[in-house]
Design a protein around this ligand. Sequence first.
Ligand SMILES: *Cc1c(COP(=O)(O)O)cnc(C)c1O
Length: 473
Amino acid sequence: MMGISLDSSHYISTRGGIAPVDFADAVMMGLATDGGLLVPGSFPQVDASTLDGWRRLTYPELAFEVMRPFVGDSLPAETLRRLVQDSYATFDTPDVVPIRPLDNKSLFIAELYHGPTLAFKDVALQFLGNLFAELLRQRGGRLNILGATSGDTGSAAIHGVRGKAGIEIFILYPEGRVSPLQERQMATVPDANVHCIAIEGTFDDGQRVMKQVFNDLPFKEKNHLGAVNSVNWARILAQVVYYFWGAFRVQELSGSATPIQVCVPTGNFGDIFAGYVARRMGAPIARLLLATNENDILSRFFNTGTYAKGTVHPTLSPSMDIQVASNFERYLYYRLGEDAARTKAMMMEFEQNGSITLEDADPTFAAGRGDTASTLATIRKHYEQYGVLLDPHGAVGVTVAEANPLPGLKTLCLETAHPGKFPAAVEQALGDGTPARHESLEKLKKLPLRKALLQPTVPVIEEYIIQTLAGKA
Ligand SMILES: *Cc1c(COP(=O)(O)O)cnc(C)c1O
């Protein structure tokens, strides 16, 4: 009825090794069982009159319309509508993602930080938490989530599932090595299904022990262990929505029907891949501009054709400090003409050699990098000239957007976190004691911390999980 093809609600692997699964199975599977990533059988095509109808919708109404063709028969329409409503009712503004002009000329900003943990991951994880709870209710069973975090993802995941029936969440983080604010966002959550584990070690120790526990298959199965990592298709899907929303609002604010450019501060390629999906569906997006910090594997790839691993440098934008982007394989699959055999071969080549090269550029993308000095200068400039305080991730994006305008087109810059989450970087930029604060973060300072302090070894972590779950049975 809307020019939407049917098989967008069935999912296949980028490596071609699984039979198609429906949306619910894709969400519960996370990573495809052949080691690839799940992608929809096709992209629904949204025609011009449907797009015009979508412009008038509220954010939750639009989210329902964008998601529905990918969900298919996995959920009744009314259930999906309710999940979306519930997921965005926790945001502090009915607009969910407010769009504002940035410099009164050509740049706009999408405020993706109005969710409970003040970062864009809430947009996806509020929805994923409700979706998991609903699928467990339908199918019966339980889900015990285990994750390791260096900060942002852990808190967004905890807030996505806190208090949900049938779900427990265990989050490992390095004691003394996440910011006090990030620790409070996790360990002050009072719900009984939230279990924060500060480990005596580094973030890598946390990652390692988490992987080892997942590799203990009998333990994993017996304890219904699951993950909430950034490759889950439902996380991508929830993010597709604000690319439509953002493009509509920029066109409205600028009184123009011209497609826009969207600039995305990028780490694991999840967010910008959602933009790619929106564009493939027909969102009025002329070009996606990928922004990295000094960890620039992706901006190097789009500028040279070579995807080559480097070493990770810590920066002011820690959520973008990655070298191997977990969602890149999805893009590679489309770039190779949906050829799963070639995708698999190239991923194998990358694993072996740490590098792959593609011929031909993709005009859908442009890319650039913002280093520490330019990021700090961008924060200062926009604060002084326009009174807008950017967080260091968003500032990397704005730096790259200013260097890569498209003549005659507006650029929407995604602001992925509230500056109050990164007070040290903001202080470094402004140097005048101007506080980057957020009321909800101030309130956390008075709450007690609830956490276990454990050694990062498999027996210790498994025993803690077993004892905790036994205490609930
Ligand atoms: C996760 C994150 C990013 C990077 O998003 P990807 O989907 O990994 O590319 C950017 N900014 C912030 C604040 C984040 O938390």
